[in-house]
Structure formats: structure tokens, C-alpha cells
Design a protein around this ligand. Structure first.
Ligand code: FES
Length: 114
């Protein structure tokens, strides 16, 4: 990703609701962005659980719980609200996922920095 607005994937490439993970070059290392789709809305967070700092996904790109109502950490089952990344259940209750700025542009999910 080189520009201020980078396309990650087409909106319709994700299930509704659904999720995916993308690499994000950040200085000398690579971060991972989780992308969550709900209808025409998209939400992005760094793939770092506030509990340990490790990734949330066991299966790459799978972040939602069985009912697809929350983001779920596969390590200790913390649940995070999709809309703002607040942990509502689990060992990091009340802490937040770190947001990244995404939007939808002409059917594409685009990274806007964060
Ligand atoms: S690492 Fe996510 S809940 Fe423990």
C-alpha cells in the first residue's frame, strides 16, 4: 500500500456479515488490519487483542462469533462490539481494539489511514 487511499478488496468479496484480514506495511514492519462488513458498513481494527497484543484470529480472516454479532478473540474468547471495538466480555473488558480508518468508495473497501 503506497497511497493515502488504498483499495483492500471489493465490498462484495466479503460475506455480509463477514470479515477478512489484510497486511498493512507500517514503517519497518507489517501490521494486520481486520475488516468487518455489516451491510454497506465496514469497520477496521488492528489485529491485536488488547489482552495480550496477539492476533485475534485462529483461522486467518475469521473474526466474528457464531452469531456474527461480535468480534471474537480466538485465544481467550473475548467479545468486542463491531461498531466501536469495545470489549464487552472477557479478560480485557472495557478495553478497545485500535481502529483504522476505512470507507467504501465505488464498491471498494479503502484504507484511509489510522
Ligand atoms: S488474547 Fe484475546 S482474549 Fe486473551
Amino acid at each position: 500500500m503506497n497511497g493515502p487511499t488504498d483499495r483492500l478488496c471489493a465490498l462484495h468479496d466479503l460475506d455480509d456479515p463477514g470479515s477478512a484480514v489484510f497486511p498493512l506495511p507500517h514503517g519497518s514492519h507489517i501490521e494486520q488490519i481486520m475488516v468487518i462488513r455489516q451491510g454497506n458498513d465496514v469497520f477496521g481494527y488492528l489485529n491485536n487483542c488488547p489482552h495480550t497484543g496477539g492476533p485475534l484470529d485462529w483461522v486467518p480472516g475469521v473474526f466474528l462469533d457464531m452469531e456474527k454479532r461480535f468480534i471474537q478473540c480466538a485465544t481467550h474468547d473475548a467479545l468486542f462490539r463491531i461498531s466501536d471495538g469495545e470489549c464487552v466480555h472477557g479478560p480485557c473488558l472495557g478495553q478497545y481494539l485500535q481502529p483504522v480508518s476505512l470507507d467504501c468508495d465505488d464498491g471498494w473497501i479503502c484504507y484511509r489511514g489510522g
